[in-house]
Write a protein that binds this ligand. Structure first.
Ligand code: 5RP
Length: 219
């Protein structure tokens, strides 16, 4: 199976975790696109979705799935999203698609975070994937210097503005051995909107697509 087939496999498997009549939290990315397409097939069995990006909202709407604003709901039973990396404790790097801030907001509304990913995303230590950080533009240079003190090399993602009108720094060369402490510290830096380490909002479960089938990891 190729990577696209593995993504489709885990997207289909995620449907089992969608409660009847629910409003579902929906993430962003190519794996989630497969999930939205699968969700389209059962759209009569859900009330709708809260989405983490304009891109996902448009795809949901194209399937006739009602998209609620985040402030229209108090809780979501489940949030389903991909990841750029996931470790053995359910900690993740996210934001490859620049949607990390809204992803964290929707994840915060949800009782459970279900990560859907192909096996290439499973790592021992987070950091091989350049860490996305959404920043207020005037703070980008200062934040880059702080990462340099930690051995990280931050590069502005050229030509990209997030759905929130901010910029993305991609930080290369990090090895994030304590994701919780890392996220807590970087969140304090002025001008950081969201750091792409998901430790406080880690996955509760990961459906990992492998050549042998879907592996379920519980954290
Ligand atoms: C978007 C994300 C995505 O979940 C992450 O980039 C994985 O994307 P894909 O499923 O395309 O590999 O965090 O901001």
């Amino acid at each position: 199976m190729n990577q696209d087939e593995l993504k489709a496999l885990v997207a289909q498997a995620a449907l089992e975790h969608v409660p009847e009549g629910a409003i579902v939290g929906v993430g962003t990315g190519s794996t989630v696109n497969c999930f939205i397409d699968a969700l389209g097939g059962i759209r009569d069995r859900i009330r709708g979705a809260v989405s983490s990006s304009v891109q996902s909202s448009e795809r949901l709407a194209a399937w006739g799935i009602r998209v609620f604003d985040a402030d229209e709901v108090e809780r979501l039973p489940v949030y389903i999203d991909g990841a750029d990396e996931i470790d053995g404790r359910g900690f993740m790097i996210k934001g490859g698609g620049a949607a990390l801030t809204r992803e964290k907001i929707v994840a915060d509304l949800a009782d459970r975070f279900i990560c859907i990913a192909d096996a290439s995303k499973r790592v021992e230590v987070l950091g091989r994937f350049p860490l996305p950080v959404e920043v207020v533009p005037m703070a980008a240079a200062q934040i880059s210097r702080r990462f340099a003190q930690w051995g990280g090399s931050a590069r502005l993602r050229a030509g990209v503005l997030t759905d929130n009108g901010q910029e993305i720094l991609d930080v290369h060369g990090l090895s994030i051995t304590d994701p919780l402490a890392f996220e807590t510290e970087v969140n304090q830096w002025p001008g950081v909107v969201t750091v792409g380490v998901f430790a406080r909002h880690k996955a509760n479960l990961c459906l990992l697509g492998t050549p042998q089938g879907v592996q379920t990891l519980r954290f």
